[in-house]
Design a protein around this ligand. Sequence first.
Ligand SMILES: CC(C)(COP(=O)(O)OP(=O)(O)OC[C@H]1O[C@@H](n2cnc3c(N)ncnc32)[C@H](O)[C@@H]1OP(=O)(O)O)[C@@H](O)C(=O)NCCC(=O)NCCS
Length: 179
Amino acid sequence: MNRNIKIVTGNALHSHFSKNWEKMIDPEAKKNKMLKWNEADLKKAISDSNSVLALVGEEAVGFVCLILRQKYVEICALIVTPEHRKRGIGMALMEKAISLAKEEHSDKSIILFSNEISSRMCEKFGFVIADKKSLNIETWKACDVCPEHKNFPDCRCQPMMLVPTINIKQRHPAKPEGN
Ligand SMILES: CC(C)(COP(=O)(O)OP(=O)(O)OC[C@H]1O[C@@H](n2cnc3c(N)ncnc32)[C@H](O)[C@@H]1OP(=O)(O)O)[C@@H](O)C(=O)NCCC(=O)NCCS
């Protein structure tokens, strides 16, 4: 990835990018590649430090955010501007989003509702395919706005899950010898 590109956690100082991202996401949502987002929700995700941005100077060229669900942390709204794609920015955004999710919510699984491209990216990070019917109803709330919602579970997007690793030593400490 180009050294001029910085991957940063979003904060209130970046919230003005929300308007751009709404516009950028819109055509991808129309192509059914991702869910539509409104500016207010994007602004909140950025201000609450629940997002990761790829910056080139003053320009934001990539975005992803985290939503805390009851059972999962969801990685969503992953997007790179068309002219910056296929240069590793998507993977860098994912890597940072995963580490943020693990830092803040180490007990929760991470979930991403993937399309053809993002499912390949997820595989590289060790995500595995999750059975749609095994996910709780809360997980599907955001999908109400999806044009394919009526076809569930035969809709196009595929949930991919990264389950937290359990430290076996911590959970079952070895008994001291002689006991
Ligand atoms: C998905 C997206 C964010 C990827 O961003 P990117 O910066 O191009 O991704 P990267 O350059 O880091 O590529 C990561 C991997 O994705 C896959 N990939 C990327 N673009 C691809 C394409 N057009 N076709 C097939 N695979 C592709 C490759 O496996 C690639 O890894 P490799 O280079 O080691 O083979 C970008 O294509 C995008 O914004 N798409 C529109 C929105 C979208 O679909 N978001 C996902 C919603 S779930």
